[in-house]
Design a protein around this ligand. Structure first.
Ligand code: R2B
Ligand code: URA
Length: 300
C-alpha cells in the first residue's frame, strides 16, 4: 500500500530551511533533507498524549511490557531540555504530556504534527488518553469520543486568527474510534461508551461547577445545562477535545480521544477519589489503547 505521509496545511513550511520545535527541543536542521529526524522518528505510528508527565511515563512503561519491547533501558524524556512537556518513545509509539487545556495542548500538538511530517511517518494516529467528568454515566466509565462540542454546546472549535473568528468542525476519525471500540471486548467491570465530549475552556465555571472561586448561576441552571448536554449525546466533559479534533482533522491526521470519567457530574462537582481509585481509573484508557496498538497497529 502507498505510504500516507502527513502533508500538513502550511505552505510556509516549504520555504523554511530549518525548523526548531522550541517547546519540545527538537531541531530540524535541514527541512529539505531531515535525515536525522527520519532515522529517529520515521517509524512512529501512534502518538499518545495525556495531561501529565508521570502518566505518560507510566503509559510508556506499560506499553513497553505489553508490546514486548522491554529492553530494560531507562526511558528517556526526549523533550526534557524544552522544560515544558515530556516525550517518551517506545518502539513505534510516542507518549507525550500536554498539560491542562486547549492552549497548552495546542502548542505541543502543532510541534508533534510537524515532527511526524518531517519524519515522514506513515499515516500516524494521535490518541489522547485523558480524564474527564461524566454526564449521566457511572464514575470509571470510559468514553471514546465521537464528536466534540465546545462550551456553547456547538460541534465546532472556535479560535481567533488574525483578529477574526475561525470555526472548524470538531470531529474525530470514525474508523479509529470504531477500532478502539472493537478492541475493548476484554473482560472488565466498567463500561466503554462511544459518545460525544464537551471541551470547556475552564474546569470550574466553564464546566458549570458550583465550587469555583466565582459562580453567578444556580444549581438549577447547572442541571438544566448538563441536561441539554446529555441530550446532545455528550457523555463527558474535559478541556481539549474540540481543539484536538479540529486541528488534527484540518491538517489531515487521524485522531481519537479516550477518557475515563472520574465522577458523574449529575451527582456533584468535587473529584473525591482515593489515590488507588484514581490510578485504577487512569489505567483504563491505557488498556484500551494498548489493545488497539497491539491489534490494529502492530499485528503479529
Ligand atoms: C481533564 O482533566 C484536566 C483537568 O483536571 C484537563 O486536562 C482535562 O481535560
Ligand atoms: N477533568 C475535567 O476537565 N473535568 C472533570 O470533571 C474531571 C476531569
Amino acid at each position: 500500500m502507498a505510504k500516507r505521509y502527513p502533508n500538513l496545511k502550511n505552505p510556509h513550511l516549504k520555504t523554511n530551511k530549518s525548523d526548531f520545535l522550541y517547546h519540545i527541543n527538537v531541531n530540524v536542521a535541514d527541512t529539505d533533507n531531515p535525515t536525522e529526524i527520519r532515522e529517529k522518528f520515521g517509524d512512529v505510528k501512534v502518538v499518545c498524549m495525556g495531561g501529565t508527565k508521570n502518566r505518560m511515563l507510566a503509559l510508556a512503561k506499560y506499553l513497553r511490557t505489553l508490546l514486548g519491547l522491554d529492553d530494560k533501558q531507562e526511558l528517556v524524556d526526549i523533550a526534557e531540555a524544552g522544560n515544558r512537556y515530556a516525550i517518551y518513545k517506545v518502539g513505534p509509539v510516542l507518549c507525550c504530556s500536554h498539560g491542562v487545556g486547549m492552549s497548552t495542548m495546542s502548542v505541543v500538538l502543532h510541534e508533534l504534527l510537524k515532527l511526524v511530517h518531517y519524519a515522514q511517518c506513515d499515516d500516524p494516529v494521535f490518541i489522547r488518553l485523558g480524564t474527564s467528568g461524566g454526564v449521566g454515566v457511572a464514575p470509571g466509565t470510559v468514553v471514546v469520543t465521537k464528536e466534540a462540542y465546545n462550551g456553547y454546546l456547538r460541534n465546532e472549535h472556535e479560535i481567533a486568527i488574525l483578529g477574526k473568528k475561525v470555526l472548524r468542525p470538531a470531529i474525530f476519525d470514525e474508523q479509529v474510534a470504531k477500532d478502539l471500540m472493537t478492541c475493548s471486548s476484554y473482560q472488565r467491570d466498567y463500561e466503554i461508551v462511544w459518545g460525544n465530549t464537551m471541551a470547556a475552556e475552564c474546569f470550574y465555571e466553564g464546566q458549570g461547577r458550583l465550587d469555583g472561586a466565582s459562580c453567578d448561576y444556580t444549581e438549577a441552571d447547572k442541571m438544566a445545562f448538563l441536561q441539554r448536554a446529555f441530550e446532545k449525546g455528550i457523555r463527558n466533559i474535559e478541556m481539549e477535545a474540540t481543539m484536538f479534533s479540529a486541528l488534527t482533522r484540518h491538517v489531515g491526521v487521524k485522531a481519537a480521544d479516550v477518557c475515563v470519567t472520574l465522577l458523574n457530574r449529575l451527582n456533584g462537582d468535587q473529584v473525591l477519589l482515593t489515590k488507588e481509585q484514581k490510578e485504577d481509573f487512569e489505567h483504563r484508557p491505557f488498556t484500551i489503547v494498548g489493545e488497539y496498538i497491539k491489534k490494529a497497529v502492530m499485528p503479529s
